[in-house]
Design a protein around this ligand. Sequence first.
Ligand code: SF4
Length: 316
Amino acid sequence: MKKIKLGISSCLLGQRVRYNGEHKLEPYLKYRLGKYINWRPVCPECEAGLPVPREAMELYGSFNAPRLLGVQTQTDYTHFIQQFITKRIAQLKEERLWGFVFKSKSPSCGLKGVSISSGCLLNYFKGEGLFAKAWRRLCPFLPLTDEKSLKDSLGRESFIIGLAVLADWQKTLTLKKSAQALALFHRKHKLILQACDLKTWQVLHKLPRWAKSMARWPFYEAYQQKLLVALKKGLAPERHQRVLSFIRNYLKRLLQPQERQRLTKTIKLYSQGKASLKDLSQLIKAYAQKYHRRWLLSQSYLKIPTQEWAQAWEIP
Ligand code: SF4
């Protein structure tokens, strides 16, 4: 399997680049997800030229345009870091990264919930770090997350499923471009895309058909843009439930009463966070096999949690 390339805050891979000369190694990211991902480490503060160790920094001022100040000296690093960030993100875009995992809470890398001091004693509000904010603005469609969100089972599930779909898309891009190849990819990931974003899926659904009659139209680019929009939304519980209800109704007429009960119970446990997507997928897959539902068996929604990406689910 060709690894998918993602950016990551360097300290999460164990690089000693933090202000105090330490790292924030996340073994799950480095060793477990490292089997699937070609990590591209970036430390905006170090790469901009700040030394290790350096003084701690914090965001200060307004929500929309906070300043990055040294905690002890009150030196303003905002302009220095901003200049670097814009240039660096342009370079990284050329490298075709498929997403980024940020270090949470950092005034540079934090994606959300970063403390911004208003200037009044003990008066803080929450915002985002300068580097993460620039990524969000300059690459609005790319999947972005932080190590904290990946500790939550739904956040991790959503991120891994998105990566697996993108890895397959990366593979599709290496094949000869055709309307059939696009339709094949689209059919395989139908349930995942519906679970992520039904409206975008409806637009995506038309593209392979249009592609047949418009051979020169850049339909792959259009498809990719919509695909990233859908995956970025991720698998929110209610959207998951909609697809699971669809599967339950699809199988309902075929299942024995006991099997039906078991499926309903497992779906309920899954929605309560008491069963994993892997367990649920295995059960649905077993019924689809028993009743020869080839279409359902072809869906990546059932395959991703149980096949080659399975190890990515387990947190060591
Ligand atoms: S959080 Fe970002 S800026 Fe801070 S040490 Fe880690 S990579 Fe560097």
